[in-house]
Design a binder for this molecule. Structure first.
Ligand code: SF4
Ligand code: SF3
Length: 544
C-alpha cells in the first residue's frame, strides 16, 4: 500500500492554510487521497468521451450521468474514507468508458485521460501523476481546482435531485464538458475564470432543480418549532442531506417503537409538511458535524450517515454507524439501494436493542424560512425595512467547522445591532441559532431557510426584495454577506452568488488554500471578496 505524500487543499481545514500532505486533518489517509485523485482523473476522462458523444449527436444514458455525479460527490470532504470503494469506482468508470468509446466515431484529439485504461495493480503508480500538482502553473491549478470543487458541490445537489426522480440534461452536459475542459492545456486563466462563473450559473440551476424536487415531493417548508430534547424510546439518528433516505427510514420505522432524530444538515427536514406527519420523528439531536464524536457517543442508538460530514468514528459507537450513498468508512456497515429502495431493517433491529438517547439539551429552535414562507410575509418585512425597524439583513449561511476561530460567528451574531436580521442556511447556523437573539415585531432575528443548498432560497429572497424595492442592482439592498465555508458545496454556493452578481462577500474563517495570490487578486478586484477580521472591525465595516 502507498505511503508517500499527497496534496489536498479542498476544504477549510487544509493544514497550515496550505494543504494536507501526509494525512488529512479530516482523517483521510494518503492511500485514500490518491484513489480520490485517480477517480477524479478517470471521471474527467469519461467526461471527455461523453462530451464527444454529445457533439456527435448521440445521447448519454442516465446511468452514465449518475456514475459521473456520484464519482464527484464521493470525493467531497468528509464523505468517504474507504479506499476499496474508490478502487471499485475507478474500475467501473474505466469499464463504462471503454463501452462508450466504441460508440465514438471521431476519436481524434481526445485527451489522454479519455483513452486511459489500466489494471488495479497500477492504480497507485498512476495516481502519483494525476493529482493536483500535475498542473504546474499555480494560477491555472488554482482555477482548475476552484471549478472542480464547484462541480463537486453541484454534483451533490444534482445527486439529491436525481434521488427524487429529477434530472437536467443541461446540467449534466455542462458539468461533463467542464470536467473535460479541465484537461485542456490550451485554456488560459481568463478562459478558466469565465468557466468558474459559468459553473456558478449551473450551480444556481442545480440548486433550483433540487428546490423543485424537494418542494414538489415534500411541500414548501413552513415555519416550525423543532424539539431539542429526547424521548424514552430507542432511536436512529439520521445525518447528512438526503431527504429521500429520511423518507424511507421514517416509513420503515413507523410503528416499530423506534424513534428517529435528525442531526446536522438533516434538521431542516422538520420544516417540510410531508415529514410532519411522522409522529416518531421526534426532534433534532446535537449540533453541526464537527461535534459528532462526543454527541454520537451519547446518542446510544444507531446512526445513519447519508452524506458528508462524517468524522472517523470512535470505537465506542463505530458498530452502530451505517453509511449509504456517497458516504463510506472502512469497517462500517452499509445500506445499498436495490431497485430504487433501501432496506433499513438491520438498523431498526439493532436500534431496538439500544438504550434511548442521553439528553444533551432541552428547548426548541425555530426554522423554515424558505422562499415561499418569506414571500408570504414579504409585506411585513418590507414594512419593517421602510419603518427602519430592520436596518440590515446579514447573510450568514454556509458551513460550520472545527476551528476555534469559528467562534467568531457566534460572537459576530451576538454583537450585531438588534435591528439586523440574519438570513441563514447550511450547518453554519449552529454557531448562533440557539442563542435566543430575539425578534423584530414578530420576525425572528435568525431566519433559517434550510440546508446549504437552500442558500438558493436566500438568493430568491434577495431578488424578491430587489424587485419590491424597485432596485436595479441586488448590491443596493441593505444586505451584507458574511459566509462561513468548509467544503465543496459552499464553493458551489459561492460561485452561484458571484454569478448572480453579489459583490463584497466576506468569506471565513480562512480564505481557501486553493486560491493562488493572483486568483485571489482577481476575486478581490472584480467581486470585492474579502476575508474576516475581528468582530468589532467587521461589524463597523459591514453594518456601519
Ligand atoms: Fe485536508 Fe480538507 Fe483535504 Fe481532508 S479534505 S485532506 S482536511 S484539505
Ligand atoms: Fe455542513 Fe458538512 Fe458544509 Fe451542507 S454538513 S454545509 S460542512
Amino acid at each position: 500500500m502507498e505511503s508517500k505524500n499527497f496534496l489536498c487543499f479542498q476544504c477549510s481545514d487544509a493544514l497550515g492554510g496550505k494543504g494536507c500532505t501526509k494525512v488529512g486533518v479530516c482523517g483521510k489517509k494518503s492511500d485514500v487521497a490518491k484513489m480520490q485523485d485517480l477517480l477524479i482523473f478517470a471521471t474527467k476522462g469519461i467526461s471527455a468521451v461523453t462530451t464527444r458523444l454529445r457533439a456527435e449527436g448521440k445521447p448519454v444514458k442516465p446511468h452514465v450521468n449518475r456514475l459521473i455525479t456520484l464519482n464527484l460527490f464521493m470525493t467531497i470532504t468528509n464523505a468517504n474514507f474507504d479506499r476499496k470503494a474508490f478502487i471499485q469506482r475507478v474500475e467501473q468508470t474505466l469499464k463504462t468508458k471503454s463501452k462508450l468509446l466504441d460508440a465514438v466515431d471521431d476519436k481524434k484529439n481526445l485527451p489522454a485521460a479519455a483513452l486511459w485504461s489500466d489494471t488495479q495493480e497500477n492504480f497507485d503508480a498512476k495516481a502519483e501523476n494525476v493529482g493536483i500538482l500535475a498542473t504546474a502553473n499555480e494560477d491555472i491549478r488554482s482555477l482548475r481546482e476552484l471549478i472542480t470543487y464547484g462541480l463537486k458541490g453541484m454534483a451533490a445537489y444534482l445527486y439529491h435531485a436525481n434521488a427524487l426522480g429529477y434530472d437536467d440534461e443541461n446540467i449534466n452536459a455542462f458539468a461533463q464538458a467542464t470536467l473535460a475542459k479541465l484537461l485542456d492545456d490550451n485554456l488560459s486563466g481568463d478562459d478558466l475564470t469565465a468557466l468558474a462563473l459559468e459553473t456558478g450559473k449551473f450551480g444556481v440551476d442545480a440548486m433550483a432543480l433540487l428546490d423543485k424536487a424537494n418542494t414538489e415531493t415534500y411541500g414548501n417548508p413552513e415555519v416550525t418549532k423543532v424539539k431539542l430534547g429526547v424521548g424514552k424510546n430507542p432511536a436512529i439518528l439520521i445525518s447528512g442531506h438526503d431527504l429521500r433516505d429520511l423518507e424511507q427510514l421514517l416509513e420503515q420505522t413507523e410503528g416499530t417503537g423506534v424513534d428517529v432524530y435528525t442531526h446536522g444538515e438533516m434538521l431542516p427536514a422538520h420544516y417540510y409538511p410531508k415529514f410532519k406527519k411522522f409522529k416518531h420523528l421526534v426532534g433534532n439531536y446535537g449540533n453541526a458535524w464537527h461535534l459528532q464524536q462526543t454527541e454520537f457517543e451519547k446518542f446510544n442508538g444507531v446512526i445513519l450517515l447519508t452524506t458528508n460530514c462524517l468524522m472517523p468514528p470512535k470505537k465506542s459507537y463505530a458498530d452502530k454507524i451505517f453509511t449509504t450513498g456517497a458516504v463510506g468508512y472502512p469497517g462500517c456497515k452499509r445500506v445499498e439501494e436495490v431497485d430504487g429502495k433501501k432496506d433499513f431493517s438491520p438498523l431498526i433491529e439493532l436500534a431496538k436493542k439500544c438504550p434511548p438517547p442521553t439528553e444533551l439539551e432541552t428547548g426548541e429552535i425555530v426554522g423554515g424560512f424558505a422562499h415561499e414562507q418569506v414571500f408570504a410575509v414579504a409585506d411585513k418585512v418590507v414594512e419593517a425595512v421602510k419603518s427602519g425597524a430592520i436596518k440590515k439583513f446579514v447573510v450568514m449561511g454556509g458551513c460550520d467547522g472545527r476551528q476555534k476561530s469559528r467562534e467568531y460567528y457566534t460572537e459576530f451574531a451576538k454583537a450585531l445591532p438588534k435591528d439586523t436580521v440574519i438570513l441563514t442556511a447550511g450547518c453554519a447556523k449552529y454557531k448562533y441559532i440557539k442563542e435566543n437573539l430575539g425578534d423584530i415585531g414578530g420576525i425572528p432575528r435568525v431566519l433559517d431557510a434550510g440546508q446549504c443548498n437552500d442558500c438558493y432560497s436566500l438568493a430568491l429572497i434577495a431578488l424578491k426584495l430587489k424587485e419590491v424595492f424597485g432596485l436595479d442592482d441586488v448590491n443596493k439592498l441593505p444586505i451584507v454577506f458574511n459566509i462561513g465555508w468548509h467544503e465543496a458545496k459552499a464553493v458551489c454556493v459561492l460561485l452561484a452568488l458571484l454569478y448572480l452578481g453579489v459583490k463584497n462577500i466576506h468569506l471565513g474563517p480562512v480564505l481557501p488554500a486553493f486560491l493562488s495570490p493572483n486568483v485571489t487578486k482577481v476575486l478581490v478586484e472584480n467581486f470585492g471578496i474579502g476575508g474576516t477580521s475581528t468582530v468589532e472591525e467587521d461589524i463597523k465595516k459591514m453594518i456601519g
